[in-house]
Write a protein that binds this ligand. Structure first.
Ligand code: FMN
Length: 190
């Protein structure tokens, strides 16, 4: 397949949507994010790239804590709303009717309606021209009881909210294409 070089960019077509949350001047606020993600499993760490001017970043810098809230497709409207208006001008928690809880960090607001939430403490912030890449350690992980099977996370019933960047559209996961660490085995030389 012939390829054409484009301007250098992070050309990843599909991304998982999540909301990052922080208390800004003592009030919970949430920003929709479709970049960054898992940085490490041990310790569990996230990298969340946030444009310098966003309201949520102000709260992260105030408390050095934030939350990661993973929606299901049923929460697409609320997620999109949090990605189109700023907490500097409106109360997104009120507008979306979010119920808020705090965990052990006490200043990282988590949304009760979101099936998976994590509270994080900031380890470092990497400043690029456009983003403050907030690097956080996950200090608490919470999952709704409906997603537990025999005490373990079971995601069969979770329709994740994905973002198709080039189309500017949300969608959810399609069909399975094979078992990980298995379908590639046939290419292994015996
Ligand atoms: C699909 C989608 C993905 C987004 N991803 C990011 C992102 O990764 N980083 C970022 O800084 N802003 C991102 N935004 C923009 C912010 O969510 C948006 O500007 C938001 O209103 C900022 O809220 P705040 O000012 O209350 O913090 C995204 C918006 C949408 C619609």
């Amino acid at each position: 397949m012939g390829k054409k070089e484009l301007t250098a960019q992070c050309l990843i077509p599909v991304r998982l949507i999540y909301l990052a949350g922080a208390n800004v001047d003592g009030k919970p606020n949430f920003i929709e994010i479709a970049s960054g993600g898992i940085l490490s499993y041990g310790p569990p760490m996230f990298a969340v790239p946030i444009r310098h001017h966003h309201h949520t970043l102000k709260g992260i810098l105030e408390n050095w804590t934030f939350s990661v809230n993973v929606p299901s497709v049923e929460l697409a409207k609320e997620a999109d709303y949090c990605g189109t208006v700023s907490g500097a001008n409106t109360d997104k928690v009120r507008d979306c009717d979010f119920k808020i809880s705090y965990g052990k960090l006490e200043t990282a607001p988590m949304i009760d309606q979101f099936p998976i939430t994590m509270e994080c403490s900031v380890i470092q912030i990497l400043r690029t021209d456009v983003h403050s890449v907030v690097i956080g350690r996950v200090d608490g992980t919470y999952i709704s009881e409906e997603l537990l099977k025999e005490g373990k996370p079971d995601f069969d019933s979770l329709a994740p909210l994905l973002y198709f960047a080039q189309k500017g559209e949300y969608f959810t996961a399609g069909q399975s294409v094979g078992k990980a660490r298995s379908i590639g085995n046939e290419l292994k030389k015996s």
